[in-house]
Write a protein that binds this ligand. Structure first.
Ligand code: SF4
Length: 167
């Protein structure tokens, strides 16, 4: 059977981002996977009950997704509201879906406080990024999933073709 891949809804053109936009990615592999029914689509924030648009949120004090899961960091939005619990709920829903659909791989939108996998905003709400992951990415990785950014689709293609040769 073809491997299933969890993917951020905004990368497939769904306008679910905090500002009501999408972040569509055009990549031939993406189209092929979609056609073959391999993509499992999720927006962790919408799944957690956030509306769109919504105030942007960041993991505070220069910390990262694993710190949120360890309860040593919080997620706040620009109104000052603490949205940590909702972000953890979204991550859990994404993990449950990935496990139910047997996804071992994910392509998630980088820099998001949920979906970021290489960089996230640093928590000062000044538009500055630092290395780190979002809450959903942190939870998926803690459960052994491989998470790729939308700029790393070629890396996933290579990873899957290596797997095919081995089998
Ligand atoms: Fe896209 Fe993830 Fe943000 Fe949802 S939570 S809008 S899927 S980056």
């Amino acid at each position: 059977t073809l491997p299933k891949i969890l993917i951020s809804a905004c990368l497939l053109g769904r306008p679910v981002r905090y500002n009501g936009s999408a972040k569509p990615v055009l990549h031939p592999a993406l189209r092929a996977w979609q056609k073959a029914g391999q993509l499992v689509i999720i927006c962790p924030e919408v799944a957690a009950g956030f509306s769109t648009p919504r105030p942007p949120a960041e993991i505070t004090q220069g910390q990262s997704g694993p710190d949120v899961l360890a309860s040593t960091a919080r997620v706040q939005d620009t109104t000052g509201a603490d949205v940590t619990d909702q972000f953890i709920t979204g991550a859990k829903i994404a993990l449950a879906l990935a496990q139910e659909q047997n996804c071992k791989f994910a392509i998630l939108t980088d820099a998001s406080p949920s979906c970021g996998s290489t960089h996230i905003y640093d928590g000062a709400f000044q538009g500055q990024k630092h290395p780190g992951t979002g809450v959903t990415t942190a939870l998926l990785r803690a459960h052994g999933m491989q998470v790729f950014a939308e700029t790393e689709i070629d890396g996933l293609v290579a990873c899957l073709s290596k797997g095919r040769i081995k089998n």
